[in-house]
Design a protein around this ligand. Sequence first.
Ligand code: PMP
Length: 419
Amino acid sequence: MAQLSPLLKQATPVIVDHGEGVYLYDTDGRRHLDFTAGIGVTSTGHCHPKVVRAAQEQVGKLIHGQYTTVMHQPLLRLTEKLGEVLPPGLDSLFFANSGSEAVEAALRLARQATGRPNVVVFQGGFHGRTVAAASLTTSGTRFSAGFAPLMAGVHVAPFPYAFHYGWDEATATKFALRELDYLFATMSAPNETAAFFVEPVLGEGGYVPGNTEFFAGLRERADRHGILLVVDEVQTGFGRTGKFWGHDHFDLRPDIVLIAKGLASGFPLSGIAASKDLMAKAWPGSQGGTYGGNAVSCAAALATLEVIQEEGLVDNAAARGVQLLDGARAVAEKTAAIGDVRGLGLLVGSEFTTPDGTPDTATAQAAQKAAAERGLLLLTCGAYMNVVRMIPPLVVTAEQIDEALEIWADVVATVTGGK
Ligand code: PMP
């Protein structure tokens, strides 16, 4: 009998029968509050009726139209619709299937457009699992263990992860920018550097928001040296952070934006957005793929964008995000086991540490497991997997947040023994 490969590591033993909104129902009929949203994918909730309808209608019309051969309406309509929400000036789109592929596409474009070999990434960043995307990933050695050597030409600068350094935000930011300049002087000359790849909030790296001063420093250096600023919005885009784009919190102007996850409510679709001028510098035909811009995924994405607008999901993420962050902070105040709670919108992380700041992976994992047993699905993240993250679908209600926080308070009290 065939079995699933042990390459897959599953965080819970749940076998899902179906999903509806914020809930997943398992094969025993048990209901789970899904505060993972499939790592932020099910932005509009599981099986939103409008998304389901759009996909079903599209399946009956056209499933696949190879976009390197023919063009189809869902792709054109989605491109037009994205024009309403993309950052100013980023008016040219290329579509692929996964976040990793979007990263690969941006990497190719950046190298082709600048003629430079190197990229600079920020420590704790996650950009995917294909070998090139994993080469840009520094959120845990588990993402590269055993298959080195990785791609050459990648240099790593610090991210202003103030809690990790034990500094205030301003000190961490000053340090990060100073180290970036030092990196330019020692490792990757600016005129050899094609791009920065950065997340507005470190996602897999532990839910660490950047800040306005840090991003202004990156923008200034990008402009000064002709380096492209690639903002990876795969986890933070489409309202997740309580603004449409994660970088909207930081008054940042990207050169390339990467999109995936929340874009299509769970259908595989990703893309990169840049200016027409920049895209024109890519080598025509050097990018593409069999499934990129799949018609059903595009129809689902179009419906997703409409739902986000019609149901005010960005505002809901902002309001419910404050409720979730405040609630998680209140839980942390009752224990010495959670050293920091941070987040933006519906992307909230509780970092488990011992009182001296040492990462406490065991307690974080125990809390995640105990929550799953109580019907609250959560994930961990961070280099040490000691940050428990909460990312419910954007349709989550105040009552559902209260329900999750109640379980969370009980679970934390239990696994910490009230300490
Ligand atoms: N970038 C970021 C910021 C992500 O969070 C992820 C997925 N967690 C990726 C890229 C890779 O996306 P995918 O798994 O679809 O390849």
